[in-house]
Structures are given as C-alpha cells and as structure tokens.
Design a protein around this ligand. Sequence first.
Ligand SMILES: [Zn+2]
Length: 333
Amino acid sequence: MIYDNEEIVMKANEHTKNIIKKELAIGGFKKFDYPFLNTREYERLLIDMTKSKKTRCRNARLNSETMSEINKKGKLFISTVTEDINTKIPYLNTKDDSLEIHFLEKNEENTINDNNYIDFMNFVLKKSKKTDIIKIPIEYFGKKGKNGWSVTYLPYRESIDLNILGEAPYISMGIGMENQGDELSFSVLVHEYTHTLINRHKGIVENYANDELLSIFMELLSAHEQDQDGRLLNAALISRLEAIRKNIIKLNLEKQDGYLPDIKAVYINSTIYAIDLLDMYIRTSIKGKKAILNEIKKTLVGERTLEETLIKLDASEERGSQIIRTKVKTLLN
Ligand SMILES: [Zn+2]
C-alpha cells in the first residue's frame, strides 16, 4: 500500500473534501450522496468488474467522420429531442467582449470581494446573449473525438465565499470538443449540450452524484437512435462500461485506504441510473418513450429537480447494476 501513513490519508481526505465542497457550491448542488456503494448489487458489480478484462473493441469498428458531419448529427439529435421546449442559454462571446471583460476582471482582481462578486457576475450576465443551444459556437482541439467540455464563465477567487460562488448566475462560454472524430463522436456533443441545458438551472440536480446522469443518458440514447442494428449503441456502452470499470476498481482501492468518494462516484452512480433509464426507454412502446422524454424535459426546462424525475420514472440503482452486469459479460472481456 502506498498510503499507509494515516496522516497522508487524512490530508488527502481534506484535499478531496475541499474539492468536493467547491464543486457542490459552484454547481448549486445540495448534497453528495452515494448510497449505491453499500448495496448488494454494487458488491456484485465490483466482483464482475474486477474479473473482467480490458475491453477489446470487437463490436465497435467505427469509421472516422468529418467534424462538420459530427456537428450536424449532434445538432439534429438535440434539436429533435428538445423541439417543444425552450433551449436558450445565456452565452458570453468572449471573443467579442474579451477586451472589456478581461479589462474589468484585471482591474477588479484585487477589489472583487464577497460584496461585489454577484454584481460583477450580473454585469457580465447583461453582456451575454440568450442564444439557442445549437447556435453556441463549438471549439475544436485535441485529437481523439472522445472528450467534450461545456465551458462556464465563473471567475474563481480563493477569497470568495463558496456560498456566494453558488449564487452566481450561470453563463455559458461555449462548448469544446476534441477533433478527429468517428461515427460516435456526435454523441459527445449531445452529452455536452445536455450539460449546458441542465447547468442553466442551478440546483435542478440536487445530488452531485447525479451530475452526469442525464448527459450520459442522452449520449447513449443518441447512439441508440442513430442506427438500427445496435452497433453504435454497443460501442457507446463499451466505452461507458470501460470507464466505470476503471472507476469502480480505483474507488474500491481508495476506499480501503480511507479516501472519500469523489468524481469517480459521480460517474459510477450516473452511469448506473442512465443505463436503467435507457433500458426502460428501449423496452417500452412509442407512447411510453414519449412519456419518458416528457418527464426528463421537465428537468431540462427547470420545472422539476432531477431527483423528483427519477422517482417519477421509478429509476432503480438495483436494476441499473443488474443490466450493467449482463452487459459486462457480453460486451467486455
Ligand atoms: Zn459529462
């Protein structure tokens, strides 16, 4: 064991605690609950994940695709799903306003404090434009087409009280994505669009452990809807299962060392529920599918917390874990 010194573990805990506190405040979350860690199903999942080997992507030969094609597919999917709801986001074009904003920020560097932070953010909010989500510019960098970012404007100052950071209005600075993608990369874009829609309603996700839930669900759903034979969905599932396999094993080792669960627990919890929702969606009638999406849209427009929607849909951690265990046997190994 590397960290058998109790003092180091305590320090690491303190460090993790501070990171989580900051994440919770900035995202407007009320709590960080991860009850899945103590369930029977999760224990079984841990055993299966430890036994399974690294993925060989035998089901997932993906063709490369141009960024404009990826862009088109991502936009088409998100605008089709959300056609009957408001999808406008306060977007700040820093390219247009950069001089003024950065001048202000620089000048205020030493004067921004708990008392004027919200005023400053409201000033920036006025500079932003309500922009339809698919019109928000996408910046491309990197290589693999697997990662994306939903970028928020929120200048961070160590000195600002976390509660005040939590009060700051949401302002989008755009969406980032790795370039050189394949047939599945449009689902990365769908994932980021969903984050942006959710982020505009601070506090709509109460539990930080659910922060990735709807983004992963929409990403998998877009892969499912894109082709009939399930090839893309399998590829999308393989990459999600491989990611949480690593997270589950790491989290288990860290738990033994006394670490607090962190972002790994967010991905594990969110993937378990997202896969349950997806399974529900795939198995139901056309009418049922519409009903599921309508429930989810209530959260996307800020009408109802994600946690209330999960109760309404009867989402289950137990079922999600069971589905994952079956998938692990067929898709990983
Ligand atoms: Zn995400």
